[in-house]
Design a protein around this ligand. Sequence first.
Ligand code: NCD
Length: 337
Amino acid sequence: MHRAKRSLLAASTGSAYSDGFKMTDTPRSVFPHRHLLGIEGLSPLDIQALLDLADQKVEVSRQIEKRKSSLHGRTQINLFFEPSTRTQSSFEIAGKRLGADVMNMAVASSSVKKGETLIDTAATLNAMRPDIIVVRHHAAGAVHLLARKVDCAVVNAGDGAHEHPTQALLDALTIRRNKGRIEGLVVAICGDILHSRVARSNMILLAAMGAQVRLVAPTNLLPPGFARLGFPTFTNMRQGLEGADIVMMLRLQRERMNGSFVPSVKEYFRFYGLDQEKLSYAKPDALVMHPGPMNRGVEISSDVADGAQSLIREQVEMGVAVRMAVLEALASHLPNG
Ligand code: NCD
């Protein structure tokens, strides 16, 4: 493995916790972290523990009576500086299913001026004594900054193009439940990798769990640094998908693009959109994933998105289970947890 990639992974499997939480003489907890700010910094054991817990939460969610009490009496604030439908509602359902009082705070991005304002917001929220804050912010690193300013647990629900840890965990859970393993699988992450926090978190997680991750994208949507980390990169879908067990499509994130990155949507679909023909280059039992929201006819065709090889709906179900697992794991470190 490439040296830089090894050191990236070494950093993510080490026992030094970046969140300043010390597990000195207590026995190893299921998830020994105070916050979930990224996949980077988690060990394979941490990831496995969350996935195992999430498997149990899938069963809970499939029961008629879903309400549990592990977060009873806790206050969860969902602080979203970027619009979100599925992630915010998934965190809300997860918190409520565990008995927390959940409050949604949608902050119009236009009123946010970064830096001091974010710190002020953090201080204000902190004074309301929440137990868990779930944050989505358009700036990479903003969630880390906020976590340093509050006393409660913080979950990163997506920070700029940096990380989206619960998305990578739910993708891993979906893969593990369908393929029985992650190790040794060939996963092709395709599309707008440059602007994707989903890609970044998945690359770290899947590589740490022993999958072979490949990146497939037009050159201008592929950060050169990722190839230097040792991930095989392809600009051609046929070559990139050959032998893949999992085809993970990404949304073309036009709202993050400064200027024109693709000549036209029609041309993008022709070369990089996943249709039945391109999917046939992957293994016959390959499975298709997409974090949503999907742009049908841009990065994926409707027949593939709704086809027999698609896991897209299941990813949404796993999202709730993973978020329940994360909230419960973090709540266990709160006072009286
Ligand atoms: C992803 C995100 O926000 O990063 N979506 C999500 O969490 N539901 C991917 C995307 O927006 O394309």
